[in-house]
Design a protein. Sequence first.
Length: 700
Amino acid sequence: MQPSGQSERADTSSTLEVGFSLPSEGTGLVVRDNVERHQFKLQTPSPVTPNPTDESQFSLPTDAAVRIKTNRIEVAANTVVCVRDESDSMLAQVDQQGSERLGDETYSIELFGAVKTYLKVDGPLTIDAKPLETVLSFEGPTEVHVGARSSHESPATTVTTTENPYEVMQAVSAFSSALKTTSVERSYPTLRGHPPLLELGDELDIPEGLHTPETGIRIELPPTLSHIFVATPLAYYLGAKLVPGNSPRLVTDTGFVHEFDGPHGFEEEVSRALKRTFFLDCVVRTEGIYDVELHERRTVESRIDIDASGLYDAPLSEQLETYFDVPYECISDLIPEWKLTTHVAPESNNIELLPFVTNDLAVVRTPSGTEIPESEVQAAVVDDFLRDETVRSTGTTTTDETYVRPSSTDSVEQAWVGDGTPVGASKATPAAYRNRLQREPATGDIGITVVCNDQEMLDESNIVDDVYGSRDSLSFDVDAHYNLSRAELREILAKSTDFLHYIGHIDDEGFQCRDGKVDAKTLDHVGTGAFFLNACQSYSQGLALIEAGAIGGIVTLSDVINSQAVGVGCTIARFLNRGFPLQASLNLVQIDNDVRHQYAVVGDGTISVVQAESGFAVLCEVSYSEDNIYDLSYKTYLTSRCGPGSLTIPAFPGNQQYYLGSQRISNIKMTEDELRDFLSLEQIPVIYNSEVYWDDGFLS
């Protein structure tokens, strides 16, 4: 279904990963990533008519392109604009309230919005970055070619391997064929492709057309699955070959050796090697295609003597030798908080998960943790239950699950691939990763489905109805259903939607409906990408939804009290609506609610329901200092649009520095007026006096 006022010719989205359409309100062009479900609006002063054009005219990879005619394009204030000439030399970069005027030439313009977007246009051209918008102006009606690229990555092929560790090493060594460069620019997420899939078979088969880079780097390992699993993301990132060896170590063709059996243990040494090389690549790459003022580079250079200019063009072996000469303690506090640690049991049935774990650039560890008694998981609701609170269960729920709290890590999110039900980490499954990869393009508005199957729980339904779709810059289709029958619920579960929020009762037999129950284990297919089952003991039903086609969801591990569930449901809805991934949203809910043993994530916890306004999800902590001055702490969360290696330039007063994503920026001083202006630029949740605020109401 097309938005109101949209013509047939305006919609070029139909089966493409990227498409273009007219906005349902106002004038301009909406650029859509139909797989990741992101939207980026180019606003124009009058209506435009997009017509297909040749995407090959753009120097950077482009999935689709159209041409429009206009004299002005307005984009969001936080959009960075890079302008290059026909030889791809950088002419200008406009970010925080800057201005550029360019003459009568042909320009390639890169817009860093919610969807990677490129413009090709003949000048003259003026760019003005204002407090609330960035404006590109032309001297008169001008033909503008608009190209876009999806952030979705698909593996190029499938590698078959046996369970033999020697052959698994060879198969994993082919992962680096997906790197689009072996220069330091591979630290940009768009230059790291998805590794080939792995499939278990009777013999090793690496397709002939698969070309791995010759980097002269190898990682020697004892031939065990536990060593291979841990080292795979590092081998992929460095373009290194995995080969058998007596002790784990990294070796270059120039003779440099770095041992992985140091005092911190093999897994931690590999983790540090990945973080170290990735971070210093991010510092050195500022000499390359994006010459930006990077806060981390300035700080590193104030601590150690590092020649970024010389290292940029140096061979990889020389870069590594220099990197490992830097004491880790000198840079550890500057390395952004890692997005994901995945605990993977070293078993042959987990071999096929390695491409997905590697694509997330996760730190991999073998599973270790503390077993939690079931009584402790259930204890959180006992007191409320004894006070006659309503519980979201209508029948008997039994469980023989073993609960485990994974060993602590310094990552934002954790995933668990092994026996037991994790507490504080997502339960990752092969089906979730496959479903993420096979996500089909979908046109139209972002679909939110709310199901409330109990009249006593309408309080939550009424609130979340108002929360979802409250983003002015995005188009939503929020569809609410009440008191469904079994047939109606089955129909809703099969329908394609981006997110399902279920409110009601669940027990061993399934979802409670007005005429019985629906067991998700009996479903052949579900159409939702992500879900939240806010009902008692919904863990097993959530896993069944993953097996039937969903990517990730939030579930409960225990009975939940209705009054608490309403608060949790509404808070999670708010975080999801601001672009936070599932696992990060659940982690942040604990600021207001002690639910660490009651709620969990199944499947892929990194999935976001909607895009964040700036590409990153952002959380601020504010405290009052004195004399009308506030202290601000600014934290970004990585998303599918902005993965590890992405940059952000926060709109702090007078700030001209970029920061690496997932970094916490602290001790920012602002007056009350400056803080109000800053918070007006983007809808950011704020922690003030240990409470979460969803606007600047704490200032009034």
